[in-house]
Ligand binder design. Structure first.
Ligand code: B4P
Length: 192
């Protein structure tokens, strides 16, 4: 199985690049952000709890997202591989993911970490907020809180995978196609 993590701060292009990567490599896309927004749209109790945290720019509890990923892995037994987008976001999530994959006798092949400056992140997210209807995108204070959560809790996830020599950094600024080219080059080099 080809299991990849697409990693980076909010607005680094994870969702954008995921669409292209799953099409090229035939992977199943697992985005915890998308799964949470689907719960919110259906007004489930989990969605209501998540919305109040997401609207403040905070992460939702580990147990909630680990549970969602666990059931998504169970419901896709035929997948050739998974692209994890926006997950894991804490060290506890990373450890849980390793255990879940071990049960399926597989593991993470590589973490692709996209690098983008903070000002570019804020500008992209404010721009998306003009049209997306996402309440976490239309307020600069909330966007900066999300970036702070990334530095406080999520950046350490890259250190976790560095211990296993699984992290490659990729430039996350430029055109969408240029960035996609950089990601594919790294993935293809592990498939040889
Ligand atoms: P996510 O849905 O994961 O969203 P995100 O990090 O904000 O954005 P993403 O990185 O996917 O956006 P993209 O760059 O593609 O998380 C939302 C919230 O859910 C979190 O704050 C948290 O509360 C919660 N959550 C999710 N997962 C969690 C977890 N595991 N644990 C706990 N909580 C969790 O797009 C940004 C914009 O940039 C777009 O408008 C795009 O068009 C634009 N863009 C992309 N590439 C560009 C380029 N090259 N040039 C210019 N613009 C570009």
């Amino acid at each position: 199985m080809l299991n990849l993590i697409l990693f980076g701060p909010p607005g680094s292009g994870k969702g954008t690049q995921s669409e292209k990567l799953i099409a090229k490599y035939g992977l199943k896309h697992l985005s915890t952000g998308d799964l949470l927004r689907s719960e919110i749209a259906q007004k489930t109790p989990l969605g209501l709890e998540a919305k109040s945290l997401m609207d403040k720019g905070q992460l939702v509890p580990d147990a909630v997202v680990i549970g969602m990923i666990s059931s998504a892995l169970e419901t896709n037994p035929e997948a050739k591989g998974f692209l994890f987008d926006g997950f894991p976001r804490t060290s506890a999530q990373a450890e849980a993911l390793d255990k879940l994959l071990e049960l399926k006798e597989t593991s993470i092949k590589m973490m692709l970490a996209m690098v983008v400056t903070e000002e570019e992140l804020v500008s992209r997210l404010l721009k998306r907020g003009e049209t997306s209807g996402r309440s976490d995108d239309n307020n600069e204070g909330v966007i900066r809180a999300r970036i702070a959560e990334y530095h406080n809790k999520t950046a350490a996830v890259a250190d976790y995978y560095k211990k296993f020599d699984k992290v490659v950094t990729v430039k996350g600024e430029g055109t969408v196609d240029e960035i996609f080219g950089g990601l594919c080059k790294e993935i293809d080099s592990t498939l040889d």
